[in-house]
Ligand binder design. Structure first.
Ligand code: A2P
Length: 334
């Protein structure tokens, strides 16, 4: 692959910062790097391969000469600038939800539907973090036994909501331990020492009571797996964890799989590490998955309430496989 000019829109954010590290760690052939952020970051710098690079303020003219732009600056920014980037001749890998369900935009998890990249018209969408780690595990099970239905509950880390949300968790935790009053700004409720529905500041439940995050898991799973017949229901919860999303996943299959068969299938699949030995307390943990790019699966067991279903616990670093790492993998496919 010839070296590319790469722009990162949102380079000062948590995901943007991880994108820099992943490009560096994977030895991505970068000819030059253009870190972009808002006016607020004017004067700041990032370090890439030992070089200090000034942040540029993102505008319509930021993408001249850029080959690939990795966007992680929120849906509004993607809606406003992704097309400018495409018009400038650049391919956009977008981490926001802005384009994910657009039929003209491939929604890609390389281990699942990497070939979809070929159909891009300038924009490729990086799926929702909770969806990515789930479909990495669903795909090999679907190939082996045809999934009928998935019931998932998530335990999502606060870093998925960005730098300010992480600061709020830390400040609230400190305030509570010191017996002080605190404010809720990034979330509608206290997040420290709590579990709350995965929603932004404002109420975001639809008429059926589902959150937007839950519907992302339902709709994106079908699109990535290329199978509208898979039924999915989700309950998404934000928990007081810094990094690493955990998921309880119940998978009903057409053909029965034993837990041992599922373990074998998953252990042979790309991007998955099976951690499943309860006797030695080995099962996936957010604390252990943080900083790693694989998806970890364990506690694989046959559902006692069903003839052909499995329960499992799936964990991954939401900033890496759930965002930055998956985006860089897509860029590598390009
Ligand atoms: P900035 O730091 O200048 O605000 P996070 O999700 O971790 O909070 O990060 C969000 C990222 O998106 C940051 O890099 C932020 O830049 C960037 N960003 C947010 N809004 C804009 C915008 N309107 N234009 C450019 N970058 C933006």
């Amino acid at each position: 692959m010839s070296a590319k000019t790469i722009a990162i829109a949102g380079a000062t954010g948590l995901v943007g910062n991880h994108m820099l590290h992943v490009l560096e760690q994977r030895g991505f052939p970068v000819k030059s790097l253009k870190p972009l952020a808002s006016e607020r970051s004017r004067g700041r710098t990032v370090t890439f391969k030992g070089e200090t690079i000034p942040i540029e303020v993102l505008d319509e003219n930021s993408f001249k000469g850029v080959d690939i732009a990795l966007f992680s600056a929120g849906g509004g920014t993607s809606k406003k600038y992704a097309q400018c980037a495409v018009d400038a001749g650049c391919v956009v890998v977008d981490n926001s939800s802005a384009w994910r369900m657009d039929p003209a935009v491939p929604l890609v998890v390389p281990e699942v539907n990497g070939d979809a990249v070929k159909q891009h018209n300038g924009i490729i969408a990086n799926p929702n973090c909770s969806t990515i780690q789930m479909v990495v595990v669903l795909k090999p099970l679907h190939d082996a036994a045809t999934i009928r239905r998935v019931v998932v509950s998530t335990y999502q880390a606060v870093s998925g909501a960005g730098v300010k949300a992480l600061d709020e968790l830390n400040e609230q935790s400190k305030a509570i331990l010191e017996g002080r009053e605190f404010e809720c700004k990034e979330f509608p409720h206290q997040i420290a020492f709590n579990c709350i529905p995965q929603i932004p500041q404002s109420n975001a439940f639809d008429a059926n009571g589902y959150t937007t995050e839950e519907l992302k898991m339902v709709n994106e799973t079908k699109k990535i797996m290329g199978d509208e017949s898979i039924r999915v229901t989700a309950t998404t919860v934000r928990v007081a964890v810094h990094t690493g999303h955990s998921e309880s996943v119940n998978v009903e299959t057409t053909k029965k799989l034993t837990a041992a068969q599922a373990r074998e299938i998953l252990a042979a699949a790309p991007g998955i590490v099976v951690e499943d030995d309860p006797d030695t307390e080995l099962y996936p943990l957010a604390s252990r998955a943080a900083g790693k790019s694989d998806t970890f699966v364990g506690r694989i067991r046959e559902d006692l309430s069903h003839d052909s279903a499995l329960d499992m616990w799936v964990v991954s670093d939401n900033l890496l496989k759930g965002a930055a790492y998956n985006a860089v993998q897509i860029a590598e496919l390009l």
